[in-house]
Design a protein around this ligand. Structure first.
Ligand code: F6P
Length: 558
């Protein structure tokens, strides 16, 4: 009997990896049109449904054999053990020596979820209750500002994982929002964002939430200090801060030092990664805007996806299947990017959110045992609402030279849409996926032109430009409707997809050391710009840019 491969075996030495390469030499010749024609059951066979989410992955350059080999790859990479370790609260974020236990944040019921033997659920529930009490008070008008007026505006100050998730969800579920509350998100240290936001709000009726896991992020703290000065200038009373500033962090000491009363701090824990944190107190803006019930429904949807991910066999497991399709294109077809195309205006921040989730997690080139990879890892994630993309960059996707798989995301229920709009929207989404798959060959173009009365010579000239090769892969994710539950499930689907890919690539998905060097250099240069420090040895280009900046600003100061 063959010995099963060890989880430590290099990816490229695994039997399934080698089998996939040999399979690929045939697969790259297939056209999806022919695959559909050859198999009437194809759509049904390559569709999964779970918790109000349908994933149709039939428009991919795969056969049953491809999926079998990809699933073998997952097995040979020890994916089962990785999933079990995550759900067991093991310290799988090894380079930061932490668990990555966001599944505990949306765990419902009485099952203990342990990190280092200790059940974290009592603290998770306690914080949720505090958040709910606070959100309830603000929403009902019981929580008043320092001049006894109810809160009308909430300004979230945070960046990256302390901004994108809450912002994306608040946008996506606007239809569920409290009618009195307006949400604002400030992440950029470019003061124009804060300035424009403050122009729209009043100190008496604004609540600032300062969100930072570390509470050391320069951009966030600078914005928070400026917002505090702005507020104090108007309120003229330090005591008023307690009615208008709350913090969300893992760093209580830094929050206190900033001047926010620890009673106004909502905590979370080091086992929650920043980009996986919207389910924790970092989701306070969501709970404020949408209410406790909707926030819990978001958690429930994610929890249902967690159960599916943990328990479903890999061939029926949505995150695993999505991840494997990604591997197929990135590692075999050489696709360097992946497009997120939501056909829903409310989901317009989803591409940016998934971009951080995926690229910060899997944008790595060192394996967990410290070797350099000899294969590609995370693709560049980009995108835009599909309808806008169609009139902008889809040209390249249809006829350009890059292979970029696309995820189409839309909802079936057009309830709430203005008459006539939803059908047009969804018709476009289905049509694009069909066009990317089928393409249009030279005969079809010629026939169409002839039917329009174009003469033969002109047809010959026009055909090359109007041919679409098709065979461009896409997944379609249909939500029964865009509601908190389905959105929770959708986000968790992508979180787990990313974890599966990282597991197969044998990289650490939960750290982000690549962001550190820029932060350090910025600190040094910042001091130089403030002329607190003589310029360090920089390369000629950087030195020149700093000198030019100093010269212009010195002139302005004179
Ligand atoms: O610089 C990257 C990063 O650390 C992200 O991982 C994180 O989401 C973001 O900055 C914000 O960090 P914090 O919540 O600690 O302010």
């Amino acid at each position: 009997m063959d010995t099963p491969p060890q989880a430590s075996t290099r990816l490229t030495d695994l039997p399934a990896w080698k089998a996939l390469w040999s399979h690929f030499t045939r697969a790259r010749e297939w056209h999806m049109r022919a695959l559909f024609e050859a198999d009437e059951q194809r759509a049904e066979r390559f569709t999964l449904e779970h918790q109000g989410l349908l994933l149709d992955y039939s428009k991919n350059r795969i056969t049953g054999q491809t999926m079998t080999l990809l699933l073998q790859l997952a097995e040979q990479c020890g994916l089962r053990a990785r999933i079990d370790a995550m759900f067991a609260g093991a310290r799988i974020n090894e380079t930061e020596d932490r668990a990555a236990f966001h599944v505990a944040l949306r765990s419902r019921g009485d099952t203990p979820m342990r990190v280092d033997g200790a059940d974290v659920m009592p603290q998770v529930r306690a914080v949720l209750q505090r958040m709910a009490r606070f959100a309830g008070a603000v929403r009902s008008g019981e929580w008043l500002g320092h001049t006894q007026q109810p809160i009308t505006d909430i300004v979230n100050i945070g960046i990256g994982g302390s901004d994108l998730g809450s912002q994306m969800v608040c946008e996506a579920l606007k239809a569920y929002a409290h009618p009195r509350l307006r949400m604002h998100f400030v992440s950029n240290v470019d003061s124009s964002q804060l300035k424009e936001t403050l122009r729209q709000v009043h100190a008496q009726t604004t609540l600032f939430i300062v969100e930072s896991k570390t509470f050391t992020t320069h951009e966030t703290l600078t914005n928070a200090h400026t917002a505090r000065d702005w507020f104090l200038h108007r309120a003229q009373d330090e005591a008023a801060i307690a009615r208008h500033f709350v913090a969300v962090s893992t760093n209580a000491a830094a929050v206190a030092e900033f001047g926010i009363d620890p009673r106004n701090m909502f905590e979370f824990w080091d086992w929650v990664g920043g980009r996986f944190s919207l389910w924790s107190a970092i989701g306070l803006p969501i709970m404020l805007y949408l209410g406790e019930r909707n926030f819990l429904a978001l958690l429930d949807g994610a929890h249902a996806m967690d159960g599916h991910f943990r328990d479903a066999p890999f061939d029926a497991n949505m995150p695993v299947v999505l991840a494997l399709l990604g591997i197929w294109y990135i590692n075999f077809f050489g696709a360097g990017s992946h497009v997120m195309a939501p056909y829903d205006q409310y989901l317009h921040r989803l591409p940016a959110f998934i971009q951080q989730l995926d690229m910060e997690s899997n944008g790595k080139r060192t394996t967990r045992d410290g070797q350099l990879v000899d294969y590609e890892t995370a693709p560049i994630i980009w995108g835009e609402t599909g309808i806008n993309g169609q009139h902008a960059f889809f040209q390249l996707l249809h006829q350009g030279t890059h292979v970029a798989p696309i995820d189409f995301i839309g909802s079936l229920d057009g309830h709430g849409s203005l008459p006539g709009h939803h059908e047009i929207l969804m018709a476009n989404m289905f049509a694009q996926a069909e066009a990317f798959m089928r393409g249009r060959n030279a005969d079809e173009v010629a026939l169409e032109l002839a039917a329009q009365g174009v003469d033969a010579a002109a047809i010959r000239r026009m055909v090359p430009f109007r041919v679409f090769d098709g065979n461009r892969p896409s997944n379609t994710v249909l939500l029964e409707r865009l509601d908190p539950y389905r959105l929770g499930a959708l986000i968790a689907l992508y979180e787990h997809k990313i974890f599966v890919q990282g597991s197969i690539w044998k990289i650490h998905s939960f750290d982000q050391w690549g962001v550190e060097l820029g932060k350090q250099l910025a600190k040094t240069i910042h001091a130089e710009l403030l002329a607190h420090r003589p310029p360090q040895a920089h390369d000629a280009s950087t030195a020149q840019l700093i000198a030019r900046y100093l010269a212009v600003n010195a002139q302005r100061r004179c």
